[in-house]
Design a protein around this ligand. Structure first.
Ligand code: CA
Ligand code: FE
Length: 303
């Protein structure tokens, strides 16, 4: 069972009020808790306490939380991460509002990941008894849940080996420099049945490329694009389709410049999924299959 999913993204924002209007008003997440300079948000189809934490001061990632299936997984993952050479420490209940105790790991890429098993159950907006398919009072895009995060690392080989050997993720798709020498440029890794729960590409350590929300289908992606136009949200790329994961996508920026994505589609991944390989000469088609071009902003703007 092991790691089940990306549970939360804890990001920095330069201005909390502007961030609130984006994550609350445009994306339609609900604020569930606030403290001085920190706001906690949940999407409508998520049952745990929160999935996005916005902390005022700066940009980029504070940390990522991944939820594990059993409390005993925590000991196992802590031991394996320490043996891999990562700095690990125990975190206790309440260090994160609504989250139980767990293990904090500094990745080979300098990002901080927290593994935890317990989270306060707030329930989805439609409930678990004879639920309606969606809440009728959705705001803006009305995102149902977060899906994945893409980070950058100086050493993709080592980070891929960490997620595979220590946390049992599988690589669904990889980009290599050449087929022969195989230097790794990026990997899209899954711990679930979706094509990616973490992805990383070569770049500076510790940086965020984007985090993404799952939408149902292409029509919702298009509708999100309309709302971004109405709310003057800067769009980076899209709507278009990825070659890698085959997902439909729009990339856009929050008011602090952190890149977000709305994502739909993609295939199912099972234990016997044969890893897909892309070569660097086809990278642009891998990222944006229809346009086959990477804009300068997409490859250089990180937070
Ligand atoms: Ca996913
Ligand atoms: Fe993505």
């Amino acid at each position: 069972m092991g790691v089940m999913r990306l549970g939360y993204v804890h990001a920095r924002v330069t201005d909390l009020d502007e961030a609130r209007s984006h994550y609350g008003g445009t994306l339609g997440m609900k604020q569930v808790h606030q403290e001085q300079g920190v706001a906690y948000y949940k999407a409508w189809d998520e049952w745990d306490h929160h999935s996005v934490v916005l902390e005022e001061g700066g940009v980029g990632l504070v940390k990522l939380g991944y939820k594990v299936a059993r409390s005993t997984d925590l000991d196992d993952f802590e031991r394996r991460a320490a043996a891999f050479g990562c700095l690990t420490e125990r975190m206790s209940r309440g260090e994160n509002v609504g989250i139980g105790d767990g293990v904090r790991v500094v990745l080979p890429s300098d990002h901080v990941v927290e593994l935890y098993h317990e989270a306060e159950f707030l329930g989805t907006e439609t409930g678990t008894l004879n639920p309606a398919p969606f809440p009728r009072e959705l705001v803006g895009v009305g995102v149902p849940r977060i899906d994945h995060c893409l980070i950058t690392t100086e050493d993709p080989e080592t980070l891929e080996r960490f997620f595979s050997e220590c946390l049992d993720f599988r690589s669904a798709e990889r980009v290599v420099e050449h087929l022969d020498d195989g230097a790794l440029l990026g990997s899209w890794m899954s711990c679930s049945n979706t094509p990616h729960d973490i992805a990383f590409i070569k770049g500076p350590n510790g940086k965020l490329h984007h985090f993404a929300y799952a939408l149902t289908d292409w029509h919702e992606i298009k509708r999100a694009g309309g709302l971004f136009a109405m709310d003057d949200v800067p769009v980076d790329v899209g709507p278009t389709q990825h070659g890698i994961t085959r997902g439909e996508t729009i990339y856009f920026f929050d008011p602090s410049g952190n890149r977000n994505e709305v994502f739909s589609g993609g295939y199912m991944v099972h234990d016997d999924f044969p890893t897909i390989t892309w070569t660097a000469d086809q990278l642009a088609a891998g990222i944006f299959y229809i346009g086959r071009e990477l804009n300068e902003r997409f490859t250089s703007v990180l937070t």
